[in-house]
Design a binder for this molecule. Structure first.
Ligand code: MLT
Length: 219
């Protein structure tokens, strides 16, 4: 095995995960994307598979389980308190997830330039962190109930990145001002951002799925 193959194999084993290959045919309008499914706190790699299928039937699905345990609940990075993130851990875990996605593209033979993250809550926060820290890894992202993961010293160039944000006006975990701040940050970085506000809380609803699915069909 070459050093490169070794590194790829190692990165692939960093996350317990599920991969489901694409089953839909590409059309003249759209290539079939790989959806990177990122669960919320206490979730696992099975949680968002059906959501992924609803958003884009037949898309390839790559679904890792967060490596951090908080009172036994998997997450994608450590936090010091509700909404207060361990920024050094976030930085390292974002890099680890980025390396995993690249390794998975090689191992499972999907197009690394057509990966769209679908993250919920803690998963949306690490997806937003990937957008800000590793521009170019994701073609797009569906962020369900995201917060500002961190404020980058230098804005990344997200001019070719499409982002869908779905937020609840009555979310007890994510204040509306946090969502607004993230939207502004992404827009200032040049991302094409679509925002859907709904009269709901932190949980995902059918309205999220409908709105995200319609958006995904347009990018
Ligand atoms: C986070 O810790 O990422 C956010 O507070 C969302 C959550 O997981 O509750």
């Amino acid at each position: 095995m070459s050093t490169h193959e070794n590194i790829t194999a190692q990165s692939l084993t960093t996350f317990v995960h599920r991969f489901i290959p694409a089953s839909a045919p590409a059309t003249a309008q759209q290539q079939v994307p790989t959806l990177l499914l990122l669960h919320g706190t206490g979730g696992n790699e099975e949680d968002l598979l059906s959501l992924g299928n609803m958003l884009f039937p037949g898309a390839a699905l790559l679904s890792p389980r967060g490596n951090v345990l908080e009172n036994g609940m998997p997450r994608f990075f450590r936090r010091l308190a509700e909404g207060v993130f361990d920024l050094e851990d976030l930085r390292q875990r974002t890099q680890e997830l980025t390396a995993f996605v690249r390794a998975a593209a090689e191992a499972y033979h999907f197009d690394p330039s057509n990966v769209i993250a679908v993250g919920y809550s803690n998963g949306a926060n690490i997806a937003a962190s990937m957008l800000l820290a590793s521009p170019g890894v994701l073609r797009g992202a569906i962020l369900l109930r995201p917060m500002v993961p961190f404020i980058p010293e230098q804005l990344p160039d997200l001019a070719t990145t499409a982002v869908f944000v779905s937020a609840g006006r009555m979310d007890p975990i994510v204040p509306m001002a946090q969502t607004e701040q993230l939207i502004q940050l992404l827009k200032r970085a040049g991302a094409n951002v679509r925002v859907h506000w709904l009269n709901g809380g932190h949980g995902i609803s059918h309205e999220d799925v409908r709105a995200a699915r319609s958006w995904l069909a347009t990018i």
